[in-house]
Design a protein around this ligand. Structure first.
Ligand SMILES: *Cc1c(COP(=O)(O)O)cnc(C)c1O
Length: 469
C-alpha cells in the first residue's frame, strides 16, 4: 500500500513516543481515571513516558507502544498503595549489588535476627542483673576471626571511618596518598569524611605514585600529625606507572615516627579469594599482620553480613573509639548486631565460610555449578508457549567496590518472548515477578551466579507469568 510521505517513521526506524495528552484520551487510560482520578493518571503517564524517554536516550531499546506505556502507568498507580520494600531475585550477576540490598544473609543470620526481635540480652548481664555493653557481643568474635586484639562494629563502613578519624585524629593533620583520595558510590569521598571528622587532610605523593619519602616530607612540615590513613581504591584502579610503599613498610615507618596507621579496606575479605579469581582484595588478617593499627571494612560487602562498619585493631584504640560521642550516634541496632555475630561465627573453624556465607558461595562456585543451574531453569520453563531460552556464556562481577575490572566467567539464560522486546520482557519480569536481569545487545540475560537454587521455582513461575498471552 502506497503512503504519502508526510510524517513517516522516524529516520532511525524506531517507534516514536506518544504524547502524554494522546495517552490520556486512550480508552484504557480513561478506565484508570475512573479508579484513580485524572490527576494521578496524568502524573503516572507523564512519569512512564519520561522513563521511556530516558531509556531511548541510553539507546538499545525501542519506544514502547502506547498500550505498554498505559500498562506501566497502571502498575505504578496500583503499586502506590503497596509495600515498597520486598524480596527480589537478583539475576544481574553482580553479587554485592548495592541497589538490591548488597549481601544476602545466611540463614543463620536471619534466624539470629528473629531470635532477638523481641526483648533480648542486648545490654544486660543476666548473672549480675545489671547493665552491660552491647559491644561485648562482637568484640571477641571480631578479634577471633581477624587476629586483632579487639573489635567493634558501627552502623556502616562510612561511619566506621568517620568515627576512627574523629576519635584518633580530630584537630590534627591526617596524611593520605593522593592516589587514595577516592570517591565511592553514594557520596562517600575520603577528603569529605576527613573534613567531617575534624581532622585536616594532608595530601602526599602524586596520583599514580607515592613514596615513603613523600610521607617523610609531610611529617617534617606537619610534625603534629598522629595518623596516616590508607584507603583501598575499591571501585577503580590506576594501572601503568604506579607505586606505593608496601603496607608493612608504611606501618614500620608510621611506628618509627610515633604515628598510627589506619586502613579503610572497604570490602573487608576475611578469606583469600585470589584462587577464585577475585583479585586485588587483601584480607583483613594480612593488613593486621603487616602492622596496621586499625582496620575498617563493611559488614555487607565481602564479609557477607548485614550493613555495618567493622573495626579491628589494637584494644587501646578501640577503647578510644567506644568512648567518643559519635560511637553512640553510629551504634548498631540489635538486629544487625545479631546478624553480624551469626555471620562472623560462620568464619570460625571448622565451618567453611565459602560454603556457608552466601556472598562467598556465589563468588567461589564453579562455572559447572552455574551451568547446571541454568540448565535446570531451562528445563523448568521448557514447553512454555511463546517463551524460549538458551544457556549463554557471560561475565559476573563481585560488585560492592571489589575488583571492578575483573569479570568472573558465568552462565546466563538468554530469554526471549514472542512479540516482546527484551526491554518489555525485562519490565514484565521486574514488576510482575520481582526478577532483575540484565540487557545485553538486545537480549535479556538472567545470570545464574546470583540466583539461589532455592529461588529457581519462583523464577520459573515469574517467567511463566511474564509470558505473552
Ligand atoms: C564501601 C566502602 C566504604 C563505605 O562503606 P559502607 O559500608 O558502604 O558505608 C568506605 N571505604 C571504602 C574503601 C569502601 O569500599
Amino acid at each position: 500500500m502506497a503512503r504519502q510521505k508526510l510524517a513517516g517513521p522516524p529516520r532511525d526506524g524506531r517507534r516514536r513516543l506518544p504524547a502524554v495528552g494522546s495517552l490520556c484520551s486512550d480508552p484504557a487510560a480513561a478506565a484508570l481515571t475512573t479508579r484513580f482520578g485524572a490527576t494521578a493518571v496524568t502524573a503516572a503517564l507523564r512519569a512512564v513516558v519520561a522513563e521511556a524517554r530516558d531509556a531511548l536516550t541510553v539507546g538499545g531499546v525501542d519506544a514502547p507502544a502506547p498500550e505498554i506505556l498505559i500498562a506501566r502507568a497502571a502498575h505504578r498507580l496500583e503499586a502506590g498503595g503497596r509495600e515498597t520494600l520486598f524480596r527480589l531475585i537478583n539475576a544481574t550477576g553482580v553479587v554485592i549489588h548495592t541497589n538490591l540490598g548488597r549481601a544476602p544473609l545466611a540463614p543463620e543470620a536471619v534466624d539470629a535476627m528473629a531470635v532477638v526481635a523481641g526483648y533480648a540480652s542486648l545490654e544486660f548481664d543476666l548473672a549480675g542483673g545489671r547493665r552491660s555493653s552491647r559491644h561485648d557481643h562482637l568484640d571477641g568474635l571480631i578479634a577471633g576471626v581477624t587476629g586483632a586484639e579487639a573489635g567493634l562494629a558501627v552502623n556502616n563502613g562510612a561511619g566506621g571511618v568517620l568515627l576512627a578519624l574523629a576519635a584518633l585524629a580530630a584537630g590534627t593533620p591526617v596524611i593520605v596518598s593522593r592516589g587514595e583520595l577516592i570517591e565511592i558510590g553514594g557520596g562517600f569521598r575520603v577528603p569529605d569524611i576527613v573534613a567531617q571528622s575534624g581532622a585536616r587532610l594532608i595530601e602526599v605523593g602524586a596520583t599514580n605514585r607515592t613514596h615513603l619519602g613523600d610521607y617523610t616530607a609531610a611529617l617534617r612540615q606537619h610534625p603534629e600529625a598522629r595518623v596516616i590513613l590508607r584507603t583501598h581504591p575499591s571501585n577503580f584502579r590506576i594501572t601503568g606507572f604506579t607505586g606505593a610503599p608496601a603496607l608493612a613498610d608504611l606501618a614500620a615507618f608510621a611506628h618509627d615516627h610515633g604515628l598510627l596507621l589506619v586502613e579503610d579496606l572497604g570490602g573487608g575479605a576475611l578469606v583469600d579469594l585470589e584462587p577464585y579469581g577475585v583479585t586485588g582484595e587483601p584480607t583483613v588478617q594480612e593488613s593486621l599482620r603487616a602492622g596496621v593499627d586499625l582496620v575498617m571494612f563493611s559488614g555487607d560487602k565481602l564479609l557477607g553480613g548485614p550493613q555495618a562498619g567493622v573495626l579491628a585493631g589494637r584494644r587501646a584504640l578501640l577503647d578510644r573509639l567506644i568512648g567518643h560521642p559519635l560511637a553512640r550516634a553510629l551504634r548498631l541496632d540489635k538486629l544487625s548486631l545479631a546478624a553480624l555475630a551469626a555471620t562472623l561465627r560462620l568464619y570460625r573453624a571448622p565451618s567453611d565460610p565459602t560454603a556457608r556465607v552466601p556472598v562467598l558461595r556465589m563468588l567461589t562456585q564453579t562455572v559447572a555449578v552455574i551451568q547446571a543451574r541454568a540448565e535446570a531453569l531451562l528445563s523448568m520453563i521448557a514447553g512454555l508457549d511463546g517463551v524460549d531460552g538458551a544457556v549463554v556464556t557471560t561475565d559476573s562481577y563481585a560488585g560492592g567496590g571489589a575488583m571492578p575490572m575483573h569479570a568472573l566467567p558465568s552462565r546466563a539464560v538468554a530469554l526471549r518472548a514472542a512479540g516482546l522486546s527484551a526491554d518489555e520482557l525485562a519490565w514484565r519480569l521486574r514488576t510482575g515477578g520481582g526478577v532483575v536481569g540484565r540487557i545485553e545487545r538486545d537480549h535479556l540475560l538472567l545470570d545464574m551466579r546470583t540466583v539461589d537454587d532455592g529461588a529457581l521455582p519462583a523464577l520459573a513461575e515469574a517467567i511463566r507469568r511474564s509470558a505473552p498471552g
